[in-house]
Design a protein around this ligand. Structure first.
Ligand code: ZN
Length: 340
């Protein structure tokens, strides 16, 4: 048995010294120590050794096992460092290759456009704000110049919570008020987020949808600043200049209030199904912030003015990608989502 031990030891040392790669070495390691490996088998056969020789044999076998493990570890360290260096020198190693993607899936189209908008507005000096989806009646209505019993409350089909004064926000406009209460002018904020309305669901209405609220407050802000910002927004989303027009619109929290339309990006104004043959598509309501709203936010309307807009983010994403039914967004249907 002693000869067997010496034979295994001698051969193993030679093989380890010859191993040219860490893969070769791993194979030797398996041959010695793996399931049914030479050393493992030897140690398991200790019962066949005559009783008086067993302690000496056991000690020798364990010494050899320990020695070979150390030799292998030392050789592995040397081989790996050589291999890493070779890769770094450019032999089969390209540091410019993209990393492994270990997440399967993609971004929802609303997330993609929301992030683009956030980048665009950040580049114009806006802060991105967030607000609660369960909102106080005061922020959703009262502070926006929509007191109780005001007829404008009827157009917002509101989900009321059981607690008095709480609701699911019907628009992102409450973030305007929260921003004015927290920040001092000049204020430039964009607040994208989810909104909720108790509406009959059809191709263009959903109970849950996305908006992005914009607010600018400073000295001497005018409609011209608003139009310029809206043109930058459209250029960012549709990647080209679109002609815009303003129509008067009534929203209690702005004065004057407008509906902003853009030349239909699909037909350039010639008329198509998307723009219902009108050549223009409605983009968003906007206007100069009503003095009552500035006052509710703790800002003096005699010193400051501002503009605000409520961008229908879901609608804009539909326009950008030519999506014909808003219900796709919440459907979770992979056939829809995989197209983006
Ligand atoms: Zn059109």
């Amino acid at each position: 048995m002693r000869e067997a031990l010496e034979k295994i030891g001698g051969e193993a040392r030679a093989a380890i010294a010859r191993a040219g790669t860490s893969a070769d070495l791993a194979a030797i390691d398996r041959r010695l120590f793996g399931e049914g490996g030479e050393i493992s088998t030897l140690l398991r056969g200790i019962g066949k050794v005559p009783k008086e020789e067993r302690p000496a044999f056991g000690a020798a076998a364990n010494r050899l096992k320990k020695e070979l493990e150390e030799v292998i570890a030392a050789r592995r360290a040397a081989l790996v460092s050589v291999e890493v260096e070779a890769e770094m020198r450019g032999e089969g190693f390209d540091p410019t290759l993209p990393g492994t993607r270990f997440v399967a899936g993609g971004l929802h189209p609303i997330t993609t456009v929301r992030r683009e908008l956030e980048d665009l507005f950040t580049s114009m000096g806006f802060d991105i704000l967030d607000g609660p989806e369960v909102e106080l009646e005061r922020f959703n209505f009262d502070a926006l110049n929509i007191p109780p019993h005001h007829p404008a409350r009827d157009v917002f089909d509101t989900f009321w919570c059981e607690s008095i004064g709480l609701l699911l926000r019907t628009h992102t406009s409450p973030v305007q008020v929260r921003a004015m209460e927290r920040l001092k002018p000049p204020i430039r904020v964009l607040a994208p987020g989810r909104c909720f309305r108790h509406e009959d669901v059809d191709a263009s209405h959903e109970h849950t949808f996305h908006q992005a609220e914009g607010l600018v407050v400073d000295r001497g802000i005018s409609v011209a600043h608003m139009i310029g910002t809206m043109q930058a927004l459209l250029r960012g989303i549709f990647r080209r200049d679109l002609e815009v027009r303003l129509r008067p619109g009534y929203f209690p929290f702005v004065e004057p209030g407008f509906e902003l339309d853009a030349r239909c990006p699909f037909c350039d104004g010639a008329g198509c199904a998307v723009c219902k043959r009108k050549g223009w598509v409605e983009i968003l309501p906007c206007g100069l912030v009503h003095p009552n709203v500035l006052r509710a936010g703790g800002i003096d309307p005699d010193v400051y003015s501002g503009f605000a807009f409520g961008l229908g983010l879901s609608r804009l994403v539909m326009l950008r990608y030519g999506i014909d039914d808003i219900r796709w967004f919440m459907s979770g249907d992979l056939r829809f989502l995989r197209q983006f």
